[in-house]
Design a protein around this ligand. Structure first.
Ligand SMILES: [Zn+2]
Length: 281
């Protein structure tokens, strides 16, 4: 299941909780409010990436459902500001729908000012540029980001184990399967690592935790880290991180709080040490 697929899963997951206001997985008013009206595209280097394979085939779906899936991938921060969405034909193929439906879904996102379409170059995300978000991303170093994650994620993992459902852990497993297929691709690794940790946040079932973690993702998408990651993320490190991801996933699945919190601490502390090493070279 892809980023887009996970986004849909989130929407599906929310359905039984529909009575619970602000349950994770529902489109929160905060996430909706993020949609900033920013028509002008900055000169970000566009990253293009196919939708990962493995989406369940669910038969033809309408433009609204496709738009909801894409919207969620964007508001979750899985596609950051300036990112180029995959081409229409690729989205259509991955989501098993027609190009006409995809075009209509993209039009809805454009009307909601989440994306802008540039003739000849594609569809770009123009969401997530609210001034305070940009400011915090610009003044937070990768090391400061890791320090915040160290403060946040051990507790997050604990809450994920206490409140997460089997379905939540399935989504965590799907993100794990994707990050494990990185094959040395730093871009793929970063996106799916981000989705893996976001799946943990979602499993806490705490709307504020999910919101806070989305902000972490927005900072992670920022160029300071983008510039850093090629230095830090060697093939060996990605493989080592993925072993930690799998061990963490298994501990969460087994609802072993002590082991899981210990593993997330080690995972982030290793990232911190790797960053310090990269900084001094
Ligand atoms: Zn990770």
């Amino acid at each position: 299941m892809g980023r887009i697929g996970s986004a849909l899963a989130g929407a599906r997951r929310a359905a039984p909780d529909a009575a619970t206001r602000g349950a994770p997985g529902t489109a929160s008013p905060l996430a909706e409010g993020d949609a900033t009206a920013r028509a002008a595209l900055l000169g970000n280097p566009a990253r293009t990436e196919g939708l990962p394979a493995g989406l369940p085939s669910q038969g033809p779906r309408g433009a609204a459902a496709i738009a909801a899936q894409l919207r969620r991938a964007i508001t979750d921060g899985l596609y950051g500001y300036g990112d180029r969405l995959p081409p229409e034909r690729e989205i259509a193929k991955t989501l098993n729908t027609s190009r006409t439906t995809v075009r209509s879904a993209l039009k809805q996102l454009e009307d909601a000012r989440l994306v802008a379409r540039k003739v000849g170059s594609g569809t770009f995300v123009v969401h997530g540029t609210r001034q305070d978000e940009r400011d915090i991303a610009e003044i937070t170093s990768p090391l400061e980001l890791i320090e915040v994650r160290l403060a946040l994620e051990p507790r997050m993992v604990r809450l994920a184990i206490i409140h997460g459902t089997a379905r939540d852990f399935d989504h965590l497993g799907e993100a794990l399967a994707q990050v494990e297929q990185s094959n040395g691709d730093t871009e793929h690794f970063t996106r799916w690592d981000l989705a893996f940790h976001l799946a943990l946040a979602t499993a806490t079932r705490n709307p504020l935790m999910v919101w806070v973690y989305r902000q972490v993702n927005h900072v992670r998408n920022h160029t300071q880290w983008s510039a850093m990651k090629d230095k830090v993320l060697t093939r060996e490190r990605m493989d080592a991180y993925n072993q930690e991801h799998r061990a963490l996933y298994e501990a969460v699945r087994a609802r072993d709080v002590t082991r899981a919190t210990d593993l997330i601490l080690r995972h982030l502390d290793e990232a911190r040490i790797d960053l310090l090493g990269a900084d001094s070279t």
